[in-house]
Every structure is written in C-alpha cells, then in structure tokens.
Design a binder for this molecule. Structure first.
Ligand code: 5GP
Ligand code: ZN
Length: 118
C-alpha cells in the first residue's frame, strides 16, 4: 500500500485540514510556502492521467472548500499536480499541492534555468 493510501486510512498520522467521504487534505511534510497542503482522493489513483472525470468534478468542490477554509479564496493560491516522471511526481498517488499565504514566484522549472521569465 502506498504512503498516501496509509494516510487516507489513518495508518500514518497526518496534520489534517479537512476530510470528506472521498477526499482528505493535510499539511505537506516539507512545506515550500507558508501554507502548503496536499489534497488526495482516498481511493488509490496513480496520477491525474488516471483520474475519473466524475470524481475530479467532486474533488474540485472539495479543493474550493479547503481554499475557503484556509482564507485563501480571496488572496489567491496555486494548485499544482506533478504528473509522472517528467512532471517530477514522487508519490505515485494523485495529489494536488495547494500553496499560498504569500505572493508566490514562478521560476526554475528546468535545471539549466532557461525559462527565467516565464
Ligand atoms: P510530488 O513530488 O510527488 O508532487 O510531491 C510529494 C509531496 O509529498 C512532497 O511535497 C512531500 O513533502 C510530501 N510527502 C511525502 N511523504 C509524506 C508524508 O508521509 N506525509 C506528508 N504530510 N507529506 C509527505
Ligand atoms: Zn495510494
């Protein structure tokens, strides 16, 4: 069983923000912004490419609820999912990073840093 399945089942502790029957939101272990949350479906879905669109629709509402609960709906936030090898996905269970709490930068996507002005 993967690490996020274990978190979803409560077998590994997490700092939970919101939970529903189908989704769970918890703080990232290594935050990269003042607010850095992870949002996952409770069922094991490997990545965004494998996500059923109906469940994704329901996940959209859940993510919006998280953003409101954290007070980020007005100030703004960034939602990221790293997909597969080139996307830099490390945990092979679909998760969205929700980052906020400051004005975020938008740089350093490639090792040679040729996209400074993205
Ligand atoms: P990825 O690179 O796959 O998009 O991101 C994986 C994220 O999961 C990383 O930001 C990492 O800090 C986080 N992470 C990995 N293992 C755990 C864990 O056991 N608990 C929590 N809360 N976050 C984790
Ligand atoms: Zn899993």
């Amino acid at each position: 069983m993967c690490v996020f399945c274990k978190i979803a089942k409560g077998e590994i502790p997490s700092n939970k923000v919101l939970e529903s029957d189908d989704f769970i939101c918890f703080h990232d272990l290594n935050p990269r912004a003042p607010i850095h949350l992870l949002i996952i479906p409770k069922i094991h879905v490997e990545n965004f490419q494998e996500m059923p669109s109906q469940l994704m629709g329901e996940m959209t509402s859940f993510i919006q609820e998280v953003a409101s609960k954290m007070g980020l709906d007005q100030s703004g936030y960034r939602l990221i999912t790293n997909n597969g090898e080139d996307g830099g996905q490390e945990v092979m269970h679909l998760h969205f990073h929700l980052l906020g709490g400051t004005k975020l930068s938008w740089t350093h996507f490639t090792p040679d840093d040729t996209h400074k002005a993205l």
